[in-house]
Design a protein around this ligand. Structure first.
Ligand code: 5GP
Length: 209
């Protein structure tokens, strides 16, 4: 008897929407890249942004780089699951792209800020709300965060202070999330995230119907 016959399941499982937030310097991008490279069932949610591509970034792969007008049109057409302004630029997630992947039974991982996370949590679409697993990644103290942010590039002191303040304000939102990972090293963070995913994948409600 096959597993499908025994369990009486057909059709695809329900995908997870793994929402990852955390301040700059928390190690979020590294963690996300590692998860994507090691987990073949995870698909990256490519956000739209009005900021310019950085060196090494590819349109349609890292972000969909849009003009301000194009972004506004998509807002008017209600194409975004969420959108927000972060550091003077606009960022948003296209609903259709996420829903299509989830409906195929794949898991989506998204890196969005705390304002965007609020909107995803408020989504009335059951495909989104059933799939959502929201995770906050942060260092446990500002000394470590400061060290990581200072190590980044040669910004002037005012810009650095602004980035630190934004990070501290974001950390205050950690209780809004279902899971909070206190960042240790990259290996530990990856292990914790993988175990959250593994556990969430075992939920009966996510298994094929
Ligand atoms: P960066 O410009 O450094 O790639 O990203 C800056 C910030 O924008 C990060 O905190 C990231 O989480 C956030 N961000 C990236 N994509 C989105 C998105 O689609 N929506 C929202 N709300 N924030 C995003």
């Amino acid at each position: 008897m096959s597993a499908e016959d025994l369990l009486g399941t057909q059709g695809p499982r329900k995908g997870i929407l793994l929402l990852l937030s955390g301040p700059a310097g928390s190690g979020k991008s590294t963690l996300l890249r590692r998860a994507l490279s090691e987990d073949r069932n995870l698909v990256f949610s490519i956000s739209c942004t009005t900021r310019s591509p950085r060196e090494g970034e590819t349109d349609g792969q890292d972000y969909h780089f849009l003009s301000d007008d194009e972004f506004s049109k998509r807002v008017e057409n209600n194409e975004f699951l969420e959108h927000a302004e972060v550091h003077k630029w606009r960022y948003g997630t296209l609903s259709n792209a996420v829903v299509d992947i989830l409906n195929k039974g794949k898991d989506v991982i998204m890196d969005i800020d705390v304002q965007g996370a609020d909107q995803v949590r408020d989504s009335k679409d059951p495909v989104i709300s059933d799939a959502l697993v929201d995770v906050f990644l942060t260092t446990s103290d500002t000394t470590e965060l400061e060290k990581r942010l200072r190590g980044r590039d040669s910004e002037d002191e005012d810009t650095f202070q602004l980035r630190m303040q934004t990070a501290v304000d974001e950390i205050k939102r950690w209780r809004d999330y279902t899971y909070c990972i206190l960042s240790g090293n990259h290996e530990e963070d990856f292990k914790v995230l993988s175990s959250i995913l593994a556990t969430e994948r075992m939920r009966v409600s996510r298994m094929a119907t």
